[in-house]
Design a protein around this ligand. Sequence first.
Ligand code: ZN
Length: 401
Amino acid sequence: MRLNHWQRRTVGDCLRRCMCIGLCIALAFALVACKRTTPAPAEASPVAAEPTPTPQATPLAEQGFAIVVDQLPAVVCATQEDAQWVLDSLLAAHAIEGAQTSFKQQVAIAPAPGPFVSKEDALHLLQTGGTRAYLVQEDDTVATITQSFSISEDALQTINGDVAIQPGATIQVELPASLVTVVTVQAVTEEQAISFQTQKVNDSSLTKGKTSVKQKGVKGLKRRTVTVTYEDGQEVGRTPTDWQVVREPVKQIVLVGTKATPTPKPTSKPVTDTSAPSFRWPVTSRRITSVFGEGRGSSRKHAGIDIGDAKGNPVVAAAAGKVTRVRNDPDGYGLYLDIDHGNGWTTRYAHNSKILVSVGQTVTQGQKIALVGSTGASSGPHLHFEIQKNGVAKNPLSYLP
Ligand SMILES: [Zn+2]
């Protein structure tokens, strides 16, 4: 301590010391005592200082551990452990799981003389600021103190009142509020869906105007890390990394029909009249022995269809209606009947072996009305079946299911 002191003396002081040594070798111990007095200009005369050693020797300050913030020994704890506890507590106050915490300022622990404060008080002082005791060092001046603690000379004097700011004196210094700032850096993962594209592909096998999904689209996924920075718990910055694609989207492929809609071919079949009742087959047989419109001799055309079937098999009403005619025409239809289905629609059943209904009778669809035969102009057992609309013969095959 003393040696340091010597080394830190100014040139003028050293010269003065040397003179003292030169002049008063015998009073070396007194000289040491002289050195301990303040370097005040009034004390310039070495002679005056030599005879009386300063009565109050500066008490040797106990060594403690200061928390130094940006070169400023902010608080002094008794032990290094206490100082470390204070720093750990400051960081813990803003700890987030998985995040890193550090101080924004340059913070260190360094040996320093007291007076000490308890670790709890030290923590409070660093967080909120306030005054603390400071032992004026032997090389301290008002200027060095005001500079170290960023305090004006007036303020320093105000806080300390009548206390003389001189080495060995314990004075009060003011610490600014929240001397340290805790920086917390957290990495947050963000995810976002990537929408898929839809590709349209022409397909000549698909009718124009129609579409079909050939491949279903699947959304992709991208991810990035955002570094979030907090200062004393307040967010101050966000820095995202570039997006990384975790899963590529799968594009949707849609087939678009290009095949021209076939124009209905003109057909010999008459266009089905939608007003027609829903007819059913009048016999169970589907054996067509003569179609509609076939030539019959010179002028007549076949007004219905012939369905070959065994004699005696049932003939049923093709649709519900009312029996309007039951006749025997030995030279033509043989035993036949007509049913009126309404809206101008009628059916005829001819060449029967027997008729089971009578004129005026209401029949339901599928009701047995006659038995297959070969009466009239017929070469074998069959049913001659006609469908007419307003007396005009229609092709029954256009209306049967
Ligand atoms: Zn016929």
